[in-house]
Design a protein around this ligand. Structure first.
Ligand code: ARG
Length: 457
């Protein structure tokens, strides 16, 4: 018999129960549901809606349910529709009439909003920790490679010399912003909706601030209709997670390219790669590919949430039950990805010589050659043109700018001297890019220190 059976003359069709039920996915919020109920019961006792005796019975009954679930002694009943009904039904079964008093001044609408916010706050804490571990790994790896010269790319064409450390620290900035966005999202999620009731609050003299304090929220929701119908925090979190996934996906794509034979800049640890069932020689970057692939489902979760909320009239509508599978999937996916991606990165072997060889080809010091002429008093546009002509000569004669004889340089511009070779030396090119944010070892050291400083805050 359903808890709301009073108004109905007929039993619910079993297909409706299955369709309506959310317990298969909202049971994961059991802890938050019970903690919320304990705070609610405590408050009801404090303001005199319940006697102290009743409050104690309820609190102890709820604690027992929590313990029984955690010890596997109590399993979720699919008939219970959702986690809120389940806990209340077990409580009433065990305590009798007093169990029926728990729901005074409360609705599942404010209850689910509370549970969901509490659950997501906990999950954001975990994502925060995982992001910090990734950032630490990036900084440690970058620290080892402040002198590891590699080509920087634009349009996937070799462009200018950078270092592997510099390249890695670009990702550190992305994940640092993600951390900041997460903190921002936490701030708006950390608001306590209980007391909003179904939508119009309650006539009982409850103390919302007390519940807020007991559950360590920052403040209470200021409007009861908004309190039960706001899912912005889910959408914001899905958006933060989508961005984390986007960053992980770009990083993964580069890892995939870098460990291909065409690049061979890195080699993945055996423990973090997979083989092929038919090709004996294969060592595949499955993890990075899966992270890239799973980014798509998180984008889907974000879109599902946005579309689900679009045009919903105030206040609660059952559509909103769909929020949980989407946001839980996004949360689970990003945690799974971070948990695997970080150790994969930490155990990578960096093939410095191959990076250096790639840097030697592709004329990535051409800008430095033009800059050299600028320092000799030539206008940049003219210097640019001369260098372009020299690159064309190199291509025709199978040379690099480093191996081109000085006599050839001087045929195109008499400002060239013996010191051109020093000016276009790859290491020198990196060293000289000591501008703030640039790839010189000093600049990158500074970037690492800044990120580490922010992580320590
Ligand atoms: N299982 C529901 C959900 O997730 C709980 C709220 C139900 N409220 C209601 N009035 N039917 O949204």
């Amino acid at each position: 018999m359903k808890m709301w059976a009073g108004r109905f003359k007929q039993e619910e069709d079993s297909r409706v129960n299955d369709f309506n039920s959310s317990i298969s996915f909202d049971s994961r919020m059991y802890r938050q549901d019970i903690m919320g109920s304990i705070a609610h019961a405590t408050m009801l006792g404090k303001v005199g809606i319940l006697t102290q005796e009743e409050t104690t019975q309820l609190v102890e009954g709820l604690q027992q349910i929590l313990q029984d679930i955690e010890e596997g002694k109590l399993t979720f009943d699919p008939e219970a529709e959702d986690i809120h009904m389940f806990v209340e039904a077990v409580l009433t079964q065990r305590l009798g009439t007093v169990g029926k008093k728990l729901h005074t001044s409360r609705s599942r609408n404010d209850q689910v909003a509370l549970d969901n916010r509490m659950y997501l706050m906990d999950e954001m804490g975990k994502i925060d920790t995982l992001l910090r571990e990734l950032l630490k790994t990036i900084c440690d790896l970058a620290q080892q490679h402040t002198h590891t010269v590699m080509p920087g790319y634009t349009h996937m064409q070799r462009a200018q010399p950078v270092t592997f450390g510099h390249h890695l620290m670009a990702y550190a900035q992305m994940f640092l912003r993600d951390l900041d966005r997460l903190a921002d999202c936490k701030r708006r999620t950390n608001v306590m909706p209980l007391g909003s009731g179904a939508l119009a609050g309650t006539t009982h003299p409850i103390d919302r601030q007390m519940v807020c304090d007991l559950l360590h929220f920052d403040c209470i929701t200021p409007n009861s209709m908004d309190g039960v119908s706001d899912r912005d925090y889910c959408i914001e979190l899905a958006n933060v997670i989508a961005l984390i996934m986007m960053h992980l996906s770009r990083f993964s794509e580069e890892m995939i390219l870098w460990c291909s034979w065409e690049f061979k800049f890195i080699e993945l640890d055996d423990a973090f790669s997979t083989g092929s069932s038919i090709m004996p020689q294969k060592k595949n970057p499955d993890i990075a590919e899966l992270v890239r692939g799973k980014t798509a489902r998180v984008y889907g979760d974000l879109m599902a949430l946005l579309a689900m909320m679009k045009s919903l009239p105030l206040a609660y509508n059952k559509d909103m039950q769909e929020d949980k599978e989407a946001i839980f999937d996004a949360v689970d996916t990003v945690k799974l990805c971070l948990t695997t991606f970080t150790p994969m990165l930490a155990t990578v072997t960096v093939l410095k010589d191959n990076m250096k060889k790639a840097a030697a080809k592709g004329f990535i010091n051409a800008t430095d050659c033009a800059d050299y002429l600028v320092r000799k008093g030539i206008a940049f546009r003219d210097a640019y043109k001369v260098t372009g002509q020299l690159v064309a000569v190199c291509i025709d004669t199978d040379n690099t700018l480093d191996s081109l004889p000085l006599s050839v340089y001087q045929q195109y511009c008499d400002a060239f001297g013996e010191d051109i070779y020093d000016a276009i030396d790859m290491t020198r090119c990196v060293m000289d890019r000591s501008v703030a944010g640039g790839p010189s070892p000093k600049s990158v050291e500074l970037q690492i220190a800044q990120v580490r400083g922010q992580l320590a805050e």
